[in-house]
Design a protein around this ligand. Sequence first.
Ligand code: URA
Length: 230
Amino acid sequence: MQRLDKFLSQAGVGSRKEVKNLIRSGAVWVNGTAASGGDMKIDETRDGVTVNGAPVTGYRRVVLMLHKPAGYVTSTEDPRSATVMELLPEQYRHLRPAPVGRLDKQTEGLLLLTNDGALAHRLISPRYEVPKRYYAEHEGTATEADVSAFAGGLTLSDGTQCRPAVLKPLGAGKSMVTVTEGKYHQVRRMLASRGLPVTYLRREQEGSLRLSGLARGACRELTQQEISTL
Ligand code: URA
């Protein structure tokens, strides 16, 4: 049993306040009768709940793409810093999406969030080798020797072995890097190991998904088709 207002907001009908107004307006029915109030207890496995005549089921999968700005930590809660959750519109927050993998606090760019745990696991697992492409600004200029070292699989200063990766120099102080794993500070450490310390990092692409068109700080829901290509 749970409160009707909580059930409706977690099902993605709206924020607690919007749900309260809907109930007050008489749009929410439980087992064929207008709901008496948000504190009404329902059994979501047995009771039939409708909003404006449309049935509501408890869980709605959501997969979001966020253009993360610098300065936000990739976490659902943090006692000291602003989290990426604070960037999500209220309509998504109560669906309880969690970040898929992480971007460093200072890294910008494409971050997926979902409340589908199995999908998140698949996307994070190195077994599936989802390529992630980053635009990096760094000191120095990447050379053909750096490209070969990335392609051969770098060994970082603490002995961490990286999978082969693609480095594409874009002229003085700029490169694209594509990796298929997500070790701690990976791209920063890979470039630093070649004497190219990073000053700016943005994830541009993950699998077939591109950040293009999404303003910094904005988020959007993926379409069913986009989700199926993941
Ligand atoms: N590599 C990094 O170093 N930082 C990130 O945030 C993502 C990849």
